[in-house]
Design a protein. Structure first.
Length: 421
């Protein structure tokens, strides 16, 4: 899925060992304190010993919320709830992931479900994707690590900010914990904004709380990237594809959202570079932030933020070492490494080499198999006039023990490596 998500307002902190009763199952509320400072790092609490039971309780609550949302959205759109949608949710409630996935894939295909009107499939597709995305994360993540990740992201959102999450886990884990919080915020995904059915779903959820990009703005973003990155085929048609084009479109659409909401601040977890968000940005807990008020920290201030972030990441990743199941899970390691590399992107955009490299070292020490992060680190080294270090970094085979938090391990240039940056 690889989407960008948004959470408006800072949700009330939740105790995952309890089952909260949401105050608003629909759109949530917006916090007007857009001038608040950066959120402090998430509290370094132990992973709950009853994390699996806590997540199961929250999962049951999530199913109840989504059942009501399905009924409400169908009524809002004037359609009957199809049997296939109820079967889909029943599979989720029974923890029948194989059955859930079969129905999810069928919903994505035209005529994939017999007798299901195409208009109904079109209307319900965003809801189906939201439920499946959450269930997939719950299946793939150890419960304790999932709670730590979700807390760390949500606790990093400054008051009144809009959260942009770039990866599947960056969208769906906050969706899950946010939806079951006492004061849920608003979660949406940017990659779906080109889809009319998704914009209609957002109209039901959000009303006019956040000004979203128009169809014309989305079309303009596609057209610009097609012009800049597209290739002309033998038939004279221009085409484009790949992650680079997707992230370029994401960057333009996020910029359009920021321009349309000039009074909002944005907190970001990115799946790939979005350079338009870096000018004036600062670090915020496990994320980075930009927007109103314009932050523009000095190089010294941003370096101090980076040092504090590195210390926080050492502690956070150290905590996960106490959970062998989490440590052995490449999805978990990659998710935390991606959070770190997003902050490194901001530092790189400001030309702060040493703090950038320190965060990249931390990210790769935890997830040496993260090729995109390794490539970004190597590019930063090459741009700084260290091509040999960049070459060695790229040639180093992914591997080694993720238990090591040392920058000189796993082929990562570190402060104690000969000739290191």
């Amino acid at each position: 899925m690889g989407a960008i998500s948004f959470v408006v307002s800072r949700p009330t902190r939740m105790d995952p060992a309890k089952e909260p009763v949401p105050a608003n199952q629909g759109a949530g509320t917006a916090d007007s304190d857009a001038s608040a400072g950066a959120a402090p790092p998430a509290d370094l609490e132990p992973i709950p010993t009853d994390a699996a039971a806590a997540v199961r309780r929250l999962q049951t609550r999530f199913h109840s919320i989504q059942r009501r949302r399905l009924q409400d959205y169908a009524a809002f759109r004037g359609i009957a709830v199809p049997r296939a949608a109820l079967d889909f949710l029943t599979a989720a409630e029974r923890r029948d992931f194989d059955g859930l996935k079969r129905l999810y894939l069928a919903f994505l295909q035209e005529n994939g479900i017999p007798d299901l009107p195409e208009e109904t499939r079109h209307i319900l597709r965003p809801w189906i994707t939201e439920v499946f995305g959450v269930e997939e994360q719950l299946r793939e993540w150890p419960a304790g690590a999932l709670i730590v990740y979700g807390r760390q992201v949500l606790d990093s959102i400054p008051a009144g900010a809009v959260y942009l999450g770039g990866t599947d886990e960056g969208r769906f884990i906050p969706t899950f914990l946010n939806a079951t919080a006492a004061e849920p915020g608003i979660v949406l995904t940017q990659n779906g904004l080109a889809d009319a059915s998704y914009r209609e779903y957002l109209g039901f959820l959000l009303g006019d709380r956040v000004q979203l990009p128009t169809a014309a703005q989305v079309d303009a973003a596609f057209a610009r990237v097609l012009e800049e990155q597209g290739q002309t085929g033998p038939d004279g048609r221009r085409t484009m594809g790949g992650g680079r084009a997707v992230m370029a479109i994401n960057d333009l659409v996020v910029r359009a959202i920021a321009d349309s909401n000039p009074d909002l601040r944005f907190a970001v977890q990115e799946s790939g570079p979005m350079p338009s968000t870096y000018p004036g940005a600062s670090l915020a807990g496990s994320l980075y932030q930009f927007g109103v008020p314009v932050l523009s920290p000095s190089a010294g201030e941003l370096t101090s933020m980076a040092a504090a972030a590195a210390e926080q990441w050492q502690e956070t990743l150290g905590r996960l070492r106490s959970d062998p199941e989490a440590l052995a899970n490449p999805r978990v390691r990659s998710a935390f490494a991606t959070l770190i590399s997003g902050q490194a992107s901001v530092l790189a955009g400001r030309g702060l080499q040493e703090p950038t490299w320190e965060l990249y070292r931390l990210a790769l020490a935890f997830s040496p198999e993260a090729r995109g992060i390794r490539a970004a680190f190597a590019e930063s080294l090459a741009l700084a006039g260290r091509p040999e270090q960049a070459r060695l970094l790229l040639e180093a085979a992914p591997g080694g023990s993720p238990e090591s938090m040392e920058g000189s391990r796993n082929g990562i240039p570190g402060s104690d490596s000969p000739g290191s940056p």
